[in-house]
Design a protein around this ligand. Structure first.
Ligand code: MN3
Length: 220
């Protein structure tokens, strides 16, 4: 696959402009998030699911005017009737962000300007976590929970179905995603079975707040 000199780092800056997309490398080992997120789930999720979205996205855009565009431009300008690009472009973008917002070295410590705006918006960090957990737990079937930042710095919690995300047109969920949680069963079923709320609490223990704060600063 021709990567046209694209950087291979995992980051949601405008780097995914290439003739074809490549599965981003995980910034940590499959077992790095143990015991909160298990290694087997991480391996299947990254090497099978995310690889599948990547391959299918490349197939869906091959020979179209979407080829060569960044993934952000593809999902932002999406024709929502184009289900192949909607599902696989969303799947590519969403998982790329998801891996980056988790990190075993970070102890879930929220600080700085983002902490201030979260406390202003939700009342407390715990109240934010409750709102995020509720969005994740009440998303029926498959989907994602998000923390988004609006231009001007306001933040919003919401959820979307399937592989949709807040950058897509008409989601009723605005802004740029800076925190993402996959609540498809493939993200948690091996370890947690039907206990999605336990998985959500495990996720809070591995959030890479340093990266989320960086995304906030870049997109506010
Ligand atoms: Mn997934």
């Amino acid at each position: 696959m021709n990567n046209c000199g694209r950087e291979k780092t995992l980051s949601l800056t405008k780097k995914y402009t290439t003739m074809s997309f490549e599965l981003p490398k995980l910034p940590y080992a499959y077992d790095a998030l143990e015991p909160h997120i298990d290694a087997r789930t991480m391996e299947i999720h990254h090497s099978k699911h995310h690889q599948g979205y990547t391959n299918n996205l490349n197939n869906a855009i091959a020979g179209t005017d979407l080829e060569g565009k960044s993934i952000e431009d593809i999902v932002t300008g999406l024709d929502m009737n184009n289900s192949a690009v909607r599902n696989n472009g969303g799947g590519f973008y969403n998982h790329s962000l998801f891996w980056d917002v988790m990190n075993p070295e970070d102890k879930g410590y929220l600080s700085g300007e983002l902490k201030d705006v979260i406390v202003d918006t939700f009342g407390s960090v715990d109240a934010f976590k409750d709102a995020f957990a509720k969005a994740a737990a009440t998303r029926f079937g498959s989907g994602w929970a998000w923390l988004c930042v609006h231009k001007g710095g306001k933040v919003e919690v919401c959820s979307t179905a399937n592989q949709d995300n807040p950058l897509m047109p008409g989601m009723g969920c605005e802004g740029t995603p800076i925190l993402a949680l996959d609540v498809w069963e493939h993200a948690y079923y091996l370890k947690f079975q039907n206990r999605r709320p336990d998985y959500i609490q495990a996720f809070f223990k591995v959030i890479n707040w340093n990266h989320v704060e960086k995304l906030y600063a870049e997109n506010k």
